[in-house]
Design a protein around this ligand. Sequence first.
Ligand code: SAM
Length: 281
Amino acid sequence: MRHINSLTNPVIKSLRALHDRKRRKAAGLFLAEGMRIVTEAFELGWVAQHLVFLEGREDDAMVRRLIKQAEADGTDIIMVSDAVLAKISRKDNPQMVLASFSERWADPENVFSAQLSTNLAGTNLAGTNPAGCWLALDRVRDPGNLGTILRTADAAQAEGVVLIGECCDAYSVEAVRASMGAVFNVPVVAMTEAEFIAHAMDYQGQIIGTALPASVDYRSPDWQGPMILLMGNEQAGLTDNLMNCANQLIKMPMLGRSDSLNLAVATGIALYEYRRHQPEA
Ligand code: SAM
């Protein structure tokens, strides 16, 4: 364990730089803030590159537990002043713990191969449910929406989240925060629209798209998996190409004057409708 109180220390500067997407991608690392989220990551077996905590808190039971785990993992453990913590987290009232982790991106094969392995005793090669539901998000732009969707995907036990095209970063501080730690438990895959469409051609499950122009009510379709639930961009909705990929397009009725639901809310409604049709629901 080391003690750093200099705001210009290179490690502190490199951790602060993880707020910036380009610097995150260059380092392959991201930041998670707060006792609850960092504890969740550790419990799920993620190994932190750095564990940073507020000086004077080293005897708190929860901090001690994190330090013990970090020592066992060979993590760089850093005790810092309030000012340094505020500098890294870019907040006046920072959390007392934060950590950096390596990004993990799941293999696109996991999304499209579920059906191919249904005979492997109910699980496919990635250990996912062959009758499961992946969420695919077309150009999601708002990290708060993405984090909320990751949290919802975790709660409703979706297989994972596919980011299609130019999306915001699942590993931004805002998305990680909004996911409440679900980003550590939900596989995330990134691909271009062309890649998604190419894979979709051979996909043996069904693809259900959600779109305002749809005429089918969201309660009507056959919700049997394996499936991919396609959600559109906050401003533009799904592209025509992605709508054409879908076996069915569904809509949630808009009964008032608003013309659409918030993306994360629409995802929650559709995903729980899928869940309601599963045998264990
Ligand atoms: N102006 C956009 C449009 O025309 O699609 C609104 C996009 S909406 C904010 C974001 C996404 O949430 C949509 O692309 C769709 O996937 C989903 N969504 C929102 N409200 C919906 C509804 N009532 N029925 C089906 N999907 C909905």
